[in-house]
Design a protein around this ligand. Structure first.
Ligand SMILES: Nc1ncnc2c1ncn2[C@@H]1O[C@H](COP(=O)(O)OP(=O)(O)OP(=O)(O)O)[C@@H](O)[C@H]1O
Length: 257
């Protein structure tokens, strides 16, 4: 069997006295689409932020594409890998955030071209050509010169997706990308991800509350609670519940409440 593209092994993570992961192990295979669903505060975002190297870990190890993500064991202590290694690993990962995190003082196009030029050393012309193609892909070809504040939430998030894709990541991390949107704007963002899932082959790890969507596009839906994957696969009856009751039904089913 091929090596997983993401592997957490016995990972520990604490914030002060609060333990988020005690002994967390989890694998994602190359080109797999995995959704993570779970209660608020259970550590789902932390999982993605650790992968994106926005948070460190307190124990265990994480491999991405066969290489240690950013901690190396040296004389029984965890030390950060070099900045060079960190950059190399980060290039494989793209993340889309719940609150978009676009640079407000840059045009849409510049939001997308900045990292490929600075981090990957792409020429302006190549970066702009790629940005234009990505804006076309997310249905915003006419917004290249607009500023984020002139866009709707759904449009901002589609720019966020284009920005993540501009780095040509092997792995795309999506952190509740529709949670900050008005309900009528959710579908335009999910449609972009649906198309990506259908047409491109890369690995996606999503944290989402959109359970139908998760089931539709994922190879695996995982339920995450108290720092552990407690079950994989979502039972059918969860999806027959009315939309607003679905999350609760799901949680109740797994927490035995
Ligand atoms: N930088 C931080 N410093 C201290 N505590 C943190 C930090 N980041 C997260 N936490 C805490 O860790 C726990 C897990 O947070 P996380 O955001 O990963 O949960 P989540 O499952 O994504 O929740 P939600 O669905 O509400 O976004 C929470 O109790 C949160 O308050």
């Amino acid at each position: 069997m091929s090596q997983p593209i993401i592997e957490f092994k016995n990972v520990q993570k604490r914030f002060g006295d609060t333990t988020i992961f005690d002994d967390f192990s989890f694998k994602v295979e190359e080109n797999e689409i995995v959704s993570i669903i779970g209660p608020s505060g259970s550590g789902k975002s932390t999982l993605l932020r650790i992968l994106m190297t926005l948070e460190g870990i307190d124990g265990g190890y994480i491999n991405v594409a066969g290489e240690s993500l950013w901690h190396m064991l040296w004389n029984d202590r965890y030390v950060p890998a070099s900045n060079k290694h960190l950059h190399k690993m980060r290039e494989q990962l793209g993340m889309v955030f719940q609150h978009f995190n676009l640079f407000p003082h840059m045009t849409v196009k510049r939001n997308i071209t900045e990292a490929p030029m600075r981090v990957k050393g792409l020429s302006r012309q190549d970066a702009e050509e790629s940005a234009e193609a990505l804006l076309e892909l997310v249905g915003l070809a006419d917004k290249a010169e607009s500023y984020p504040n002139d866009l709707s939430g759904g449009q901002k998030q589609r720019v966020g997706i284009a920005r993540a894709l501009a780095m040509r990541p092997a792995i795309l991390l999506l952190d509740e990308i529709t949670s900050a949107l008005d309900p009528e704007l959710v579908d335009e963002v999910l449609d972009v991800i649906r198309n990506l899932a259908k047409e491109q082959s890369f690995t996606m790890l999503l944290v989402t509350h959109e359970m139908y969507f998760a089931r539709e596009i994922s190879d695996r839906v995982c339920f995450f609670d108290k720092g552990k994957i407690v079950e994989e696969g979502v039972p059918e009856d969860i999806f027959s519940a009315p939309r607003e009751e679905r999350t609760q039904a799901f949680l109740n089913a797994y927490l035995g409440q």
